[in-house]
Ligand binder design. Structure first.
Ligand code: ATP
Length: 215
């Protein structure tokens, strides 16, 4: 067993438009497997890979704040929202490295779909020198592109093994699958149908603020 003296810093980036149980439960299970209570959710400002977001940054943050009431140890990092340029993960990770130093473990969480698109991320080859990755499967997503398979060689390890180094590993986690996306939940909200996969307080906020009416 690899002993870690200080918990890793665990980051989870996304558009969270809106945040839902798929995000939250996967991150909660990941936190358990990584033996940390410090999970920082990083809502992105202008996602480089997506169409324009449907809500304002302040609304996404408000929904995250409501949702996180049920998730002790989770916090929101607003740094990307404060930037005027696109949210490149590599910039966020460099900022964290400056803050926590070279030795502390840093783990970036992501679902399988994000792993599949990793080569399209800005300066993606620089990422593993800054952080570990912990990845979970997402229903409906299967094969990885060849360049990602190649990149994974020599990096794959267990969640526990990530503790041996500050960065460079990729752990494939077993989490409970939750077949939902923010896209589906926006469409449901537009028709006024509620979903147990949206935290109740988030659903109320969406109704009160009439969000996603044209989705
Ligand atoms: P959209 O439908 O708007 O594309 P999304 O629900 O896929 O949004 P994002 O905010 O784009 O969510 O995703 C952020 C991260 O959360 C990604 O790493 C993604 O893989 C992960 N994720 C999203 N939905 C789920 C889910 N149902 N289960 C597990 N992980 C998820």
């Amino acid at each position: 067993m690899v002993k870690r003296l200080i918990e890793p810093v665990v980051l989870f980036g996304g558009s969270f438009d809106p945040v839902h149980r798929g995000h939250l439960e996967a991150a909660r299970e990941a936190a358990e497997q990584l033996s940390t209570r410090d999970i920082r959710l990083i809502p992105c400002h202008i996602p480089p890979h997506k169409d324009a977001l449907k809500t304002k940054p302040s609304e996404r943050v408000a929904m995250l704040e409501l949702a996180l009431a049920d998730y002790p140890g989770f916090s929101i990092d607003r740094w990307e929202l404060e930037q005027s340029k696109p949210s490149y993960t590599v910039d966020t990770l460099r900022r964290y490295r400056e803050e926590i130093g070279a030795e502390r473990g840093l783990v970036f969480l992501m679902g399988w779909d994000s792993l599949q698109t990793l080569p399209s991320w800005y300066d993606w080859q620089a990422l593993a020198a800054l952080t570990h990755f912990a990845v979970w499967r997402r229903p409906g997503y299967s094969a990885l592109p060849k360049d990602v398979e190649h990149w994974l060689q020599g990096r794959r390890c267990s969640a526990e093994q990530l503790a041996a180094k500050p960065c460079g590993g990729v752990a494939l986690l077993q989490t409970t699958p939750c077949d939902v996306s923010a896209t589906q939940l926006r469409a449901l909200s537009a028709t006024g149908v509620s979903s147990p996969l949206l935290p109740e307080a988030v659903e109320q906020y969406i109704r009160q603020h009439k969000l996603y009416q044209n989705c």
